[in-house]
Design a protein around this ligand. Structure first.
Ligand code: DMJ
Length: 674
């Protein structure tokens, strides 16, 4: 309003915006606001008006340009500032956390978990920097097992190329994830492995080997180990394609069989995958355990078999991986198996319905098998240690104490059956180191070692039993004079030896390694030779289920004879298991060579092209070994695991001074004294 009037009285027409401004200035001046600032503004304005249009445009352009630059640099400065602020926050955090992270693991590894705890409960994990990959929380973190290395010297032999290529793939996957997960590769530090076992039961325990020692020199995987990895993958392919989540693969009919309906093969194989470094397979199996393994089922399971395979498998996988999922599942099955001990004698029944919580003996008898009731101790004792719930240990210790006092033994050798009502041995007079008694002897020694070599009754029973073996069961065959372990039935010696007995050389060697009589080692050496001959004297190079030894030299006869009913091979582990112990304790390469021959013969006669391996009916017929169409879970749980360990030169790949294998080859920690 004002400016328009002023413009009208000011003479020649001017551009509107100038007129308006002037009018305003005039108005302000009229109002008496006339200080030097206003004057300076007016004088600047006059100068501006004196400039040409081109000059004004250049100046405006320069202003605009400077303004844009100003905005850009402001934004950058903001980012830099932000990062400086964050960095200083990170630095503070790192300073406080370095000691803790170092303790947990020098690589970026989830911290060890307390039993029953979830990883999510550990806020410091989320502070660790790179956890972007989806598997970081549950991925196998570390171990005393070395990851395959790129500097492995691989021979380019044609028959191992495929295995090599596959391994390179594994290595690639590992490489991409290395920044997040240290997949295997550490040793348990003795002071970390376990708490002492006190009479007052132990507080919740952390897994033994989650804390790693990444500094240790890595031992390269060799060609034979690669062949085992290849064999495992082939077996796993069959299981995955045709039997996923079921108990056993039937590789020929491309289907499966159920025993307990609990994914037996998958659970049995978990720690093998870990040890072999098969990360993808492990992850997939872990998903199945997390989402599909349910024990609340109306199903009868055998106490012994489900303890050694399922409970043992879950506990060892928990120890190796540090993943609390496996401990939770172990607890679940552990509690569900406890009704088996509710018998008049406290000697457990053979069968338990894990959904209903009921237990019973087999239909035809109230007896249990001696090996079964005395070979569940390592697992239940460990479960007590981990959970702090004494009842598991109490139940199984009571069985051992009771058996310790029983009459009916023969120089430490036990009969095969025990009655769940009376608690007495039955079917007296038959003594074997084979089926139904075998792992009683194995667990005497192993419990003694597990508990820190303090439980003297166990040692006494073991030492007495080995004396009993020497006195009653050892004989030499002809023509090679092989030392073998026969059987005694009511005073009559039988020159019959189950393949199952081939666990004995390994157990004897383990005892000798733990300070027991040196002649145990001598016996172990003789017996492992015999077990090897049970393979090498047979047409396929695979052992029969039962061998009969010739006690008298006969023209054209070897030491090993096989009866038609005994000439099957179930892919059993015992010989390879003992070869592993023998190699570990002697370093004699012949044991590795023998194992290598056995692996090649498994590949020759039991491998099914479409995936999996099969038991066979006739080890004496190389042109038709008569496949049985079944892959036992222990082939993955035990046989291939022991092969892999046998071929390794890394004594820290499951260090035998830190771990004790259960009878299904699942390593559990040896309790370390305080
Ligand atoms: C496995 O289940 C165990 O090794 C058990 O102690 C004996 N039988 C099989 C393997 O042969």
């Amino acid at each position: 309003m004002y400016s328009a009037a002023a413009a009208a009285s000011a003479g020649p027409p001017r551009r509107d915006f100038i007129s308006i401004t002037l009018g305003l200035e005039e108005a302000v001046g009229v109002a008496g606001y006339n200080n030097s600032k206003a004057w300076r503004r007016r004088s600047c304005w006059r100068k501006w008006k004196q400039l040409s249009r081109l000059q004004r445009s250049v100046i405006l352009f320069l202003f605009a340009f400077l303004a844009v630059c100003g905005v850009i640099s402001y934004t950058n400065a903001g980012e830099v500032w932000k990062s400086i602020r964050n960095k200083s926050f990170d630095d503070q955090r790192t300073e406080q956390e370095i000691p803790r992270l170092k303790l947990a693991n020098p690589a970026v590894i989830p911290a060890p978990l307390k039993a029953g705890a979830n990883r999510e409960d550990y806020p410091e994990l989320s502070l660790q920097k790179p956890p972007k990959l989806p598997h970081v929380r549950r991925g196998p973190p570390n171990l005393q097992i070395k990851a395959p290395r790129r500097d492995m010297r691989l021979k380019s032999r044609h028959d191992t190329m495929r295995a090599v290529e596959e391994l390179v793939e594994v290595d690639k996957v590992e490489k991409t994830e290395k920044s997040v997960i240290s997949w295997r590769g550490a040793v348990i530090e003795p002071d970390r492995s376990t708490e002492p076992l006190s009479s007052k039961m132990i507080q919740a325990e952390k897994p033994s080997s989650v804390e790693a020692e990444d500094q240790k020199e890595l031992v390269p995987i060799n060609e034979r180990q690669l062949a085992v990895i290849e064999a495992f993958r082939h077996a796993w392919k069959g299981y995955k394609d045709f039997a996923w989540g079921h108990d056993e693969l039937k590789p020929l009919s491309k289907s499966y069989s159920e025993w307990f309906g609990l994914g037996l093969t998958l659970i049995d194989a978990l720690d093998t995958m870990w040890i072999l470094g098969l990360k993808e397979e492990f992850e997939e199996a872990r998903e199945w355990v997390a989402n599909d393994l349910v024990f609340d089922k109306n199903v009868d399971v055998n106490l012994f078999e489900s303890t050694i395979r399922i409970l043992g498998g879950l506990l060892s996988t928990y120890h190796l991986s540090g993943d609390s999922l496996f401990l939770e599942k172990a607890k679940d099955i552990g509690y569900r198996l406890m009704p088996a001990f509710m018998t008049p004698s406290k000697i457990p029944y053979s069968d338990v319905n894990i959904g209903r919580g009921t237990a019973h003996p087999p239909r035809w008898t109230s007896d249990s098998t001696v090996a079964e009731v005395t070979s569940i101790q390592l697992e239940f004792r460990e479960l007590s240690r981990l959970t702090g719930d004494e009842k598991f240990k109490k139940a199984v210790d009571e069985v051992m104490k009771h058996v310790h006092t029983l009459s009916g033994k023969n120089d430490g050798l036990v009969p095969m059956f025990i009655n769940t009502n009376s608690g007495q041995f039955t079917h007296l007079g038959v003594y074997t180191l084979g089926a139904r008694a075998d792992s009683y002897y194995e667990y005497l020694l192993k419990q003694w070692i597990q508990g820190g070599k303090k439980e003297n009754e166990l040692l006494e029973d073991y030492m007495r039993a080995i004396e009993g073996v020497k006195k009653h069961l050892l004989q030499r065959s002809e023509p090679k004079k092989l030392t073998f372990v026969g059987e005694l039935a009511h005073g009559h010696f039988s020159a019959k030896m189950d393949h199952l007995v081939c666990f004995l050389p390994g157990t004897l060697a383990l005892g000798a390694h733990n300070g027991l009589a040196a002649d145990h080692m001598k016996l172990a050496e003789a017996l492992i030779e015999t077990c090897y001959q049970m393979y090498t004297q047979v047409e396929t190079g695979l052992s029969p289920e039962i061998a009969h030894f010739n006690l008298h030299a006969q023209e054209g006869h070897k030491d090993v004879e096989i009866k038609p009913a005994d000439r099957h091979n179930l892919l059993r582990p015992e010989t390879v298991e003992s070869l592993f112990y023998m190699y570990r304790f002697t370093g004699d390469k012949k044991y590795q060579d023998w194992g290598w021959e056995i692996l090649q013969n498994f590949n020759r006669y039991t491998r099914v092209p479409t995936g999996g391996y099969t038991s066979i009916n006739n080890v004496q017929n190389p042109s038709n070994p008569e496949p049985r169409d079944k892959m036992e879970s222990f082939f993955l749980g035990e046989t291939l695991k022991y092969m892999f360990l046998l071929f390794s030169d890394d004594i820290d790949l499951i260090n035998l001074d830190k771990y004790i294998f259960n009878t299904e080859a699942h390593p559990l920690p040896i309790w370390v004294p305080a």
